[in-house]
Design a binder for this molecule. Sequence first.
Ligand code: PEP
Ligand code: MN
Length: 341
Amino acid sequence: MIVVMKPEATEEQINEVEEKLMDLGFSVHFSQGVDYTTLGAIGDKSGIDPRELEILNEGVAKVTEISEPYKLAGRDFHPRDSVIELGDVRIGGEQPVTMAGPCAIESEEQVEIIAKHVSAHGASVLRGGAFKPRTSPYSFQGLGEEGLKYMRKAADNHGLKMVTEVMGKTQVGLVSSYADILQIGARNMQNYNLLREVGKTNRPVLLKRGFSSTVEEFLMAAEYVMSEGNEEVILCERGIRTFSNETRFTLDLSVVPVIKDESHLPIIIDPSHSTGVRDKVIPMARAGIAAGADGMIVEVHHEPEKAKSDGPQSLRPGQFAELMDQVNRITETISNKPVVA
Ligand code: PEP
Ligand code: MN
């Protein structure tokens, strides 16, 4: 339920509505519009007559019931776009953000070489897994904490923020002590205990869409994180399963404008895991940015033939430079402003 106050509503009138909602057992979420305040009531509304609130005082403009189950992630409670700030990196702001790096951290030298290159070409966040969710238990599982150390060092050396996956609840403390952004992988999108745990941290969360999840399930996963107090969620479309098997998954680009309607959260795209083949990454990244995504997360490797995971979908350094050049030109065309380095 949302209570919209009139532009001329006084502070006392707003406070009275807040107290009333709390007495009724709701938790209250404020949103400040250009000239009006709205109070979002979260909780069980059965047995409550909205008219009771409508006539509470002269400051109330209207009371609207919300049917969407995602109150915190939805736009109704929070009409303006959320921008997640990490130092001077703004995710969901005017310009798309690029997160780039290897699939997995393999050695100190490997992550250093890649970090240097992606930073030089305009990435602002270093990606890479230290704990890897592999389909086979016999495949390389990541370097663990050693990988986190190498990654932190390389990110700091090149002025990058760092995003890495946290696979289980017990790793949240460790990963948060190194990473700027906690990644929840597609396979864990509905691991509700893990979502709650990252919701208790003060680190932004990059939430990847489960590959057979609906938009509602995706936003409800974000809601889990947000309901614990952490409202800094970045959504990521990383491809879903369809009958099309020419690419690893199908990048569902229509979800970008759909999410923009439904939610205030930023959404980025992953053209690497969705296509699975490096030659398809650049065209799909261009399409994603043109569709309005707030950024992309891309795999890059200086020696993809030797990569311990996802070599075939990792861009070569030269391809990454080409991708950034093309994406910048698209951004400038859409925004009519030069890209700030
Ligand atoms: C990744 O980005 O490292 C990854 C494993 O992706 P996903 O969870 O989308 O498969
Ligand atoms: Mn990968």
